[in-house]
Write a protein that binds this ligand. Structure first.
Ligand SMILES: *[C@@H]1O[C@H](CO)[C@@H](O)[C@H](O)[C@H]1NC(C)=O
Ligand SMILES: *[C@@H]1O[C@H](CO)[C@@H](O)[C@H](O)[C@H]1NC(C)=O
Length: 300
């Protein structure tokens, strides 16, 4: 156990040292005469096989493998080495003079309040990792500062700077937010792209950010038609969140522009009215940019 052996040692410590830190003897009674004798204690790594008598010194023996003593002692048996707890790994092996030390395994940290190892927290979408978790400390997240975003729920991903459309020779169609990147569009050639096609780029991030209930996500997945018009999503009841998101993302990638336009209506049908409104706002913003001549926007 991580700390349980500490309390044993504290007891031992109090019993043995009674105020003096380097007490190497103890009072005993000679078994033959009944008179008091002063015996040597046993060194760390050993235990007292037999106390001294008026004729013989204390008989100390080394701790058998799997046990230890950390202090000068007169106990008749070494202490049993600890065992690392749930989600812990051995940091230092047990030796004759020291119990093993444990630490939380990769991806976990020690939470004092619960007295066990807890998985590192994920930073939600719109928040990035400021410092990754250690065996002692949880992940530290930050709200993505202006000009950056994170579109993942992750214990690893930090905030990433928005794409710089003008640096790419493109125009900004939708300004980035904390949870999605900027959407850029080229001005060359056909500018007759539908706004919904640009909306497509932020939809995977949108569904991560919405944190829909599992039930609602299932209803959505169930309502998404496949390319051939059949409903392939009859088994959604058994899918977990990651699989549902992947399913929705695959649909988003393959959907026709017209199907994307119908997405807000679908969201309303499953009771996600505010999500629908959010999408419509994004689409409106994209479309207002697209109606402007490309060159004029780029020249700003
Ligand atoms: C974007 O790129 C342009 C041109 O390369 C540069 O002038 C501008 O500072 C950049 N903006 C940001 C926010 O990095
Ligand atoms: C623009 O798109 C139309 C059809 O949508 C096509 O006929 C035309 O060649 C395209 N023009 C350019 C410059 O790509």
């Amino acid at each position: 156990m991580l700390f349980s052996s500490v309390s044993v040692l504290v007891l031992l410590c109090a019993a043995q040292f009674s105020g003096t830190m380097t007490l190497k003897t103890f009072q005993d009674e000679d078994p033959d005469t009944g008179l008091p004798v002063v015996c040597d204690r046993c060194a760390p790594g050993s235990y007292l096989r037999a106390p001294c008598t008026s004729k013989e010194k204390s008989d100390c023996a080394p701790c058998p493998s799997g046990s230890f003593t950390e202090l000068w002692n007169h106990i008749d048996k070494c202490l049993r080495c600890g065992v690392c707890g749930h989600n812990q790994v051995v940091k230092t092996q047990c030796s004759a003079q020291q119990d093993c030390e444990c630490e939380c395994r990769q991806g976990y940290y020690f939470k004092k309040k619960f007295d066990h190892c807890v998985r590192h927290s994920d930073c939600p979408s719109g928040h990035g990792v400021l410092s990754t978790g250690t065996a002692e400390q949880d992940t530290v997240c930050q709200v993505c500062p202006s000009g950056s975003y994170s579109d993942q729920v992750s214990a690893q991903q930090s905030c990433t700077a928005h794409s710089n459309c003008s640096a790419l020779g493109q125009r900004l169609v939708l300004k980035g937010s904390a949870w999605h990147d900027s959407v850029c569009a080229t001005c060359e050639g056909n500018t007759t792209h539908d706004g919904a096609d640009y909306l497509r780029e932020i939809l995977p991030a949108f569904f991560v950010h919405q944190k829909m209930t599992l039930k609602r996500l299932r209803r959505l997945a169930n309502k998404l038609p496949s390319k051939d018009g059949e409903n392939p999503n009859e088994n959604v009841a058994r899918l977990h969140r990651g699989e549902l998101n992947a399913l929705v993302d695959a649909w988003v990638g393959a959907a026709a522009t017209e199907q994307l336009r119908q997405l807000p209506a679908k969201l309303r049908k499953i009771g996600a009215g505010s999500a629908a409104e959010k999408l419509e706002n994004k689409l409106r913003r994209i479309e207002s940019v697209l109606t402007e001549p490309c060159a004029a926007v780029e020249a700003e």
